[in-house]
Every structure is written in C-alpha cells, then in structure tokens.
Write a new protein. Structure first.
Length: 107
C-alpha cells in the first residue's frame, strides 16, 4: 500500500489500481458523493468487490471504501455503495475489525 500500512487479510494491494479507478469513474453518477472527485485505489478486499480509495477534494484527503458493481456503466445513486473515513487511522481501525471478523479470531 502506498502509505506503508500493513494490510491484514482479506485486504491486499491492488494488481491494477488504474483499472479500479477507471471502473469507479464509470460507475459514479452525478449526485454521488464521489462524482468528479480524484480517487486513487490503495487496497482491495480479495473476498469481495470492496476497494479502498484515497479521495482528494479541494485540497483535503479522506478515504472511502467503495463496493464496485463491475457493471461497466453508470449506476443509479446511491450506488456504488460507499463508506467514508476521515483519516487513514480511522480506516486502519476498521480494517482490524474486518480482519478479526474475516478470520474469526483464528490468528
């Protein structure tokens, strides 16, 4: 991950960040919170279609998990489903809980 964060399963570095960013642009419609925003793919959940994006708007940075539909076309709002995080640290805490749920505490 570009920010030197240790990703916990199911989160991995994206094999094709540009492809994820392109799909995001295809899917978000006017009115969606990410429409027209600059977004860089940082991580992807290998077991589902969730992608962590760093989102830049008006000089500020926040993070969003987006559940891409892979339809290749603009989706009606509110799709794709999006959850925002105000900081990377906030997302890391969320990722730890997601990891614990994914592994059922086996690690």
């Amino acid at each position: 991950m570009r920010a030197n964060v240790k990703l916990l399963i199911p989160w991995i570095e994206p094999h094709s960040p540009d492809g994820l960013e392109l799909e995001l642009q295809r899917e978000v419609a006017p009115g969606h919170a990410l429409h027209g925003k600059s977004a860089a793919a940082l991580a992807v959940a290998r077991d589902r279609d969730d992608v962590l994006f760093a989102v830049t708007e008006a000089g500020s940075l926040r993070y969003a998990i987006v559940h891409l539909t892979w339809s290749g076309k603009t989706e009606p709002c509110p799709w794709p489903a999006t959850t925002f995080f105000e900081s990377l640290e906030q997302w890391i805490e969320w990722m730890k809980a997601d990891h614990a749920d994914y592994t059922c505490g086996d690690e």
